[in-house]
Design a protein around this ligand. Sequence first.
Ligand SMILES: Nc1ncnc2c1ncn2[C@@H]1O[C@H](COP(=O)(O)OP(=O)(O)OP(=O)(O)O)[C@@H](O)[C@H]1O
Length: 240
Amino acid sequence: MSDPILVARGLTKRYGARAVVDDLSFEVAAGAVTALLGPNGAGKTTLLRMVLGLSRPTSGDVLLEGSPYRELPNPSSVVGALLDDHGFHPDRSAYDHLRIMAAANRIERSRCDAVLESVALAERARDRVRTYSLGMRQRLGLAAAMLGEPRMLILDEPMNGLDPEGMHWLRGYLRDFASGGGAVLVSSHVLSEVEQFADEVLIVDRGRKIAAGALSDVVEESSTLERTLLALTGSGETRP
Ligand SMILES: Nc1ncnc2c1ncn2[C@@H]1O[C@H](COP(=O)(O)OP(=O)(O)OP(=O)(O)O)[C@@H](O)[C@H]1O
């Protein structure tokens, strides 16, 4: 495995007495797609928010290229993120969204056209976001994440709601990004969504690490994995 871009050590988030992320240590390598897998309520979003400096760990830490997110001098060149809430104004065009983001982050305006092209939105770039399908909004979110030419992409459940064609396109995009040397950390609660394109997997449940390693190794122990994932199915926030 090449040098990790992300290193988490003893990462923990508590709400009151409850540990939502519980003493997690893991690494994310460059040049690979790492799937963060776990049922609803496992702590995936909380984990990703801590990586991105949006939530403070109760203990432990998570470093990107050796620094916490908030101490990175130029974060958009290190990591681009696609979280649930894109926050796109429906009456603004894709191009205008990106132009404003580029200006705020001191990114050359020419990047807007480049990223729109890369996510196949160039032809619709001047249309208002309210006219976009879910898949197009996801691609715009990806374009925004790519503006700063990051070395890592973080995506929280990006397959949710996408049709098979949209999923196929996104898998190809993320695989190409990793093949070009980038690191991808993508969360999902469905193994079948990620097993076709992930290299590494980190499985969490109730905030704890259940399994981690090369997907092929983890799947080789498929009886264990199936049992684990079956145990996960139907679990989540409603459990005692
Ligand atoms: N601000 C908060 N205060 C209290 N509890 C919280 C807070 N944020 C998240 N939680 C709880 O932490 C647990 C993990 O939530 P999280 O959203 O990280 O899980 P997830 O794995 O991303 O699940 P999902 O797939 O449903 O998004 C849930 O039980 C959730 O209710």
